[in-house]
Design a protein. Structure first.
Length: 384
């Protein structure tokens, strides 16, 4: 998808269908109720002469509670870029030590605001709470988690920005391909594990390339932990299954999101093990050409849930590691109300690439785009 540096805006009309059936013998029909307008504009971030870190496509970034600031970790410079999303400019560079008593370590896996002026940073060195000026305020002891999940990997860490009482995480067991959701009280080391049995179907979509009995290459479907509100949302790449965690009730509830024009789950439910790189690449393209689901987003202002899904298309392009690179994508947007009733589901004609890092701010969905090595965002507005 090619973008210019100039502001562009377009809109298109599409019809929203509501799925209904009178009884078991009825044919399912779409009832056209009203028109929806999706408008998309492109905005650029003024870097103030700095080279912003776009290599990770903002995967290591976090938002302030009011969505005014985006904090993007710069692995190259060991700094955090504070982006003012209201003014669309770089606001400040926050410098951190790599080593020493205030060191954050290397290979950063997670950053997240943990209350006013504090950042939770997790790396190979461990997790810690840091001031925005670079001082280590405290270390976060994760040994209770490591003792239980000794063969696991801490997939993602989250805490509620305004109430840093617990840390939540996703862990995967590489041997069993099982996912675990847990809550840790860093003060007393108390750990609670929650069942994610509805995510067991993800195991069917694990891709592996073998050299005899040894796995030499693998692809695990994504599982997402997001915190757009006072709740946590867990979703996965292959199906409509989600979990919503409510900290006030300490409850984790499963939901199967309704869909209309896209599948509920990937069609291919089992994959053979590949014996060569060519076979593995064929499995990867089959996996991505089927439906893929992104994380669940919550719009606090409109009281709506949004979720992208997409199907990628491939030519013969390969990345530096020899994996296939998509040439384009069909992108869909599903919208539910606060009770998870489906309101809209349609292809987004203005998007032809898989949405990368995205979030909801001011009633719009912001999607990161790299425009000639500058930070930009597509902003989608949906008028139901």
């Amino acid at each position: 998808m090619v973008f210019s540096k100039f502001y562009r805006k377009f809109s298109y009309l599409c019809l929203i269908g509501t799925l209904w059936a009178c009884d078991n013998k009825s044919t399912v029909r779409h009832v056209l109720e009203r028109e929806a307008i999706i408008s998309i504009d492109t905005v650029m971030i003024d870097s103030k002469g700095e080279f912003l870190y776009l290599n990770d496509e903002l995967r290591q970034s976090t938002l302030s509670s009011d969505k005014r600031f985006l904090y993007n970790f710069n692995e190259r410079e060991s700094s955090i870029e504070q982006i003012n999303l209201d003014e669309l400019c770089l606001d400040e560079l926050l410098i951190f030590d790599r080593d020493g008593p205030n060191g954050i370590g290397s290979l950063i896996s997670n950053i997240q605001l943990a209350g006013e002026g504090r950042m939770l940073i997790w790396s190979l060195r461990g997790a810690g709470i840091f001031g925005l000026q670079g001082s280590r305020l405290s270390s976060v002891e994760l040994s209770p988690v490591e003792d239980v999940f000794s063969n696991g990997y801490h997939y993602s860490l989250r805490t509620f920005k305004e109430n840093f009482n617990n840390i939540f995480g996703l862990t995967i067991n590489w041997d069993s391909h099982s996912y675990f959701f847990w809550k840790l009280n860093p003060e007393n080391g108390q750990l609670k594990n929650y069942n994610l049995s509805e995510f067991d179907k993800v195991k069917s979509f694990v891709l592996q390339q073998m050299d005899g009995a040894r796995v030499v290459r693998g692809n695990l479907p994504g599982v997402f932990l997001s915190d757009d509100s006072d709740k946590l949302f867990l979703s996965n790449e292959v199906s409509n299954d989600i979990y919503i965690y409510d900290p006030k009730l300490d409850s984790l509830i499963h939901y199967a999101l309704p869909h209309n024009s896209i599948p509920q789950i990937k069609v291919n439910v089992t994959f053979p093990k590949a014996e060569s790189q060519e076979e593995m690449n064929k499995l990867l393209t089959d996996f991505k050409e089927d439906i893929n689901f992104s994380k669940l987003n919550w719009d606090q202002e409109a009281k709506l849930f949004y979720r992208f899904s997409y199907k990628e298309k491939f030519t013969r392009s390969m990345d530096i590691g020899g994996s296939p690179v998509p040439s384009s994508s069909e992108v869909f947007l599903s919208v539910w109300d606060s009770e998870l009733n489906l309101l809209s589901e349609q292809q987004v004609q203005g998007l032809t690439e898989t949405p990368k890092t995205h979030f909801v701010k001011d009633g719009k969905i912001w999607v990161f785009v790299n425009v000639e090595d500058e930070m930009g965002f597509l902003r989608l507005s949906l008028d139901l």
